[in-house]
Design a protein around this ligand. Structure first.
Ligand code: PGA
Length: 277
């Protein structure tokens, strides 16, 4: 992630790119991920990616799959860890994030099956804590995440780390665990489940601590419905009430790429931002 186009700004010491639309965001993100894969593979023999689901990264995965189909990009030396998964859910349920990842990426590239990891929505409840700890242990034994891809919820969540009343220090120490979904998250998951009431109310999520430990963090937002959360995360206080604001505490490792609609609540902040020359 060493090359940045001249449309990059620096805001609260994070990099911010504002691009015309969602397609431009997807292409720019895919380019950064591809560069991260090449750099890490050259340096350490493998690249370790933290991946996200939802509507936002679909275009990114489509582009990466396209690059693979054109013989320009291989996932043979890539290891992935996904951010979250509904719980409980069957791995073959089409609404599971495991199924999503297979549809959008894993089934379309040459990734080695036992290098593509998701939290398992089918472990017994008595084994959830152990499973979450093991998942973090696997990331560590792979040398940590080279790049964590993130979306942002309308309520400012990252992964399924939902808004909460913890102190910043407590929130930054949150580990991988079972959580309850916030009403806004459930409302936004209607797309997959048909109605907010039908959304599985609990999920497993990578903790804030593991996300913040990634060597680089790439967070994407598209659409006007994300504008308030984006503006608050970039320019508001660091608070567990808006988990994406916690990224400010590891600012030099963070890159935001947003489209103009998602940046539409930012004008004042932009006046204060400095271009990266
Ligand atoms: P979305 O979700 O990409 O479906 O908008 C983003 C998120 O909740 O992190």
């Amino acid at each position: 992630m060493s090359q940045f186009a001249p449309d990059s700004l620096r805001i609260r010491d994070m990099r911010l790119r504002i691009l015309p639309d969602a397609r431009a965001v997807s292409l720019a993100a895919a380019e950064i991920i591809e560069a991260a894969i090449r750099e890490a593979t050259a340096a350490r023999g493998q690249a370790v990616l933290g991946l996200a689901t939802g509507a936002t990264p679909e275009g990114v995965y489509a582009r990466l799959a396209e690059r693979h189909a054109a013989d320009e990009l291989s996932f043979r030396h890539v290891t992935t860890y996904n951010l979250d998964e509904y719980y409980p859910i069957s791995p073959v349920d089409p609404r599971s994030y495991r199924a999503y990842m297979h549809r959008h990426l894993f089934g379309r590239v040459d990734i080695t099956p036992n290098r593509a990891h998701l939290l398992d929505g089918s472990v017994p409840e008595s084994a959830v804590a152990e499973h979450c700890a093991a998942f973090e242990g696997w990331i560590e034994s792979d040398g940590g995440l080279d790049l964590q891809l993130l979306g942002i919820g309308r309520n400012g969540h990252i992964g399924f780390n939902e808004p909460c009343g913890l102190s910043v220090d407590e929130a930054r120490r949150l580990r991988t665990r079972l959580v309850e979904l916030h009403p806004v998250t459930r409302a936004d998951a209607r797309r997959e489940f048909g109605s907010a009431e039908a959304v599985i109310p609990t999920a497993l999520t990578l903790g804030v601590a593991t996300i913040l430990a990634a060597r680089s963090i790439l967070i994407l937002a598209t659409g006007a419905h994300k504008a308030e959360a984006v503006a608050a995360a970039l320019t508001g206080p660091v608070t567990a009430h808006l988990p994406a604001s916690l990224l400010q505490s590891v600012s030099p490792r963070v890159t935001w790429i947003v489209d103009q609609a998602a940046a539409s609540a930012l004008p004042e902040a932009l006046a204060a931002a400095s271009p990266i020359g």
